[in-house]
Design a protein around this ligand. Structure first.
Ligand SMILES: Nc1ncnc2c1ncn2[C@@H]1O[C@H](COP(=O)(O)OP(=O)(O)OP(=O)(O)O)[C@@H](O)[C@H]1O
Ligand SMILES: [Mg+2]
Length: 362
């Protein structure tokens, strides 16, 4: 994670030492929440929750900031000085997840020469963050249910239950109701983790916040990479507000990082245009309703084709514009002009499509 520096703290818990993360640094709150209504609702909910220990389920598309919000909730809580322990469920093999979470006793299996505390014990009096909870297997779901019901669990090979006091936060980008219907997620566990539900809006639902986020990310990465890239241009901001942002804030962050490192907006233009080109490829069937003259249609098709060739040339030359221009046998200035033109057209067309959709739904 880019903004969260992890301080590794060692804890000794009836066995070998294990490490816990302490939340140190997050983006400022005004950047996390911005000015959109969706995020204002999230903020109000989080404020009400902060000093309670009820389980919270955060859901939202990939890259919307679920982990950032989980860490913020921990920071706002009375146990902010205690560990924030994250478990990325899909990254731990099913065969290891139980011992990773609940630990084991000495002699529990061949090779268990000593007892080992799990991540749950490590989170005692702190926060346990289960990321991508939908990926947990059924057996581990049952043990987690017991933990949530009674605050108790058994380490592997343990005869006596152990008690912990933890706030559990879960995150998912899946529809858990659907997983329940499919039989892959326990309904009783769902009710336990879903005491309070926080939905993070997608970036396209909070475009009003894009300039604030982009400016923050820009100054962050200028500082981090010791660069001095100038503010984004008004044209790129226009294109940002029209973009679909399938990867949400992470996608905006990656674009900004690339801009800061490469020192030019052109690599970003190409990417924004590339998505537009893919969309128009998918809709490449000829549609003719007589509303646009042939001359205009063919000019548009020729320009689209030209943009695709430019994009290919840029990809072939790893976004080196000078080399791409040379391979296309046009001047560098002409290439820059065409890239800006392509981005303007992409932004304009998306705006037209949105307006048409709006009219259709009215
Ligand atoms: N509100 C925010 N302000 C600034 N940066 C943010 C914000 N939310 C998220 N980020 C940044 O965007 C990236 C994605 O955030 P995060 O990992 O919290 O998302 P996520 O919803 O957990 O994604 P995934 O579902 O892919 O795990 C991170 O690098 C994070 O630092
Ligand atoms: Mg995440």
């Amino acid at each position: 994670m880019s903004f969260v520096d992890h301080n590794l703290t060692s804890l000794k818990l009836n066995g070998p030492s294990i490490s816990a993360d302490v939340v140190k640094d997050l983006p400022p709150e005004e950047v996390i929440f911005g000015a959109s209504i969706g995020m204002r609702i999230v903020r109000e909910k989080l404020l009400k929750l902060a000093d309670t220990s009820v389980p919270v389920l955060i859901h939202g598309e990939s890259g919307t900031g679920k982990e950032v919000v989980a860490k913020l909730l921990h920071q706002w809580s009375p146990w902010q000085g205690s560990p924030f322990v994250k478990i990325n469920c899909p990254s731990i093999p099913t065969t290891l997840i139980e011992s990773e979470l609940f630990g084991y006793e000495k002699g529990a299996f061949t090779g268990a020469h000593g007892a080992k505390a799990g991540r749950v014990a490590q989170a005692h009096e702190g926060t346990l963050f289960l990321d991508e909870i939908a990926e947990l297997d059924f057996a581990t779901q049952s043990k987690l249910l017991q933990l949530l019901q009674d605050g108790e669990y058994y380490p592997i090979g343990g005869k006596k239950e152990k008690r912990v006091d933890v706030r559990v936060i879960c995150a998912t980008n899946r529809d858990l109701q659907k997983e329940i219907e499919l039989g892959t997620f326990r309904r009783d566990l769902f009710y336990r983790i879903n005491v309070v539900n926080v939905r993070l809006p997608a970036l396209r639902e909070r475009i009003i916040d894009i300039p604030l986020l982009a400016n923050y990310l820009l100054s962050y990465y200028n500082l981090k990479f010791n660069r001095n890239s100038p503010p984004f241009s008004a044209t790129i901001f226009r294109a940002f507000t029209q973009h679909s942002w399938a990867g949400n804030i992470r996608e905006l962050e990656n674009l900004t990082k690339r801009y800061v490192i490469l020192g030019s907006e052109d690599a970003i233009w190409a990417e924004l245009v590339s998505e537009e080109a893919q969309i128009s490829d998918q809709k490449s069937d000829v549609v003719f309703d007589g509303s646009v003259p042939l001359r205009k249609l063919t000019r548009r098709a020729a320009r689209d084709f030209e943009h695709k060739i430019i994009l290919k040339a840029l990809q072939n030359h790893k976004w080196n514009r000078k080399e791409a221009a040379r391979s296309l046998r046009i001047s560098y200035r002409a290439l820059l002009y065409k890239l800006r033109e392509a981005a303007d057209i992409a932004a304009h067309r998306t705006a037209e499509q949105r307006a048409a959709q709006q009219i259709a739904s009215d």
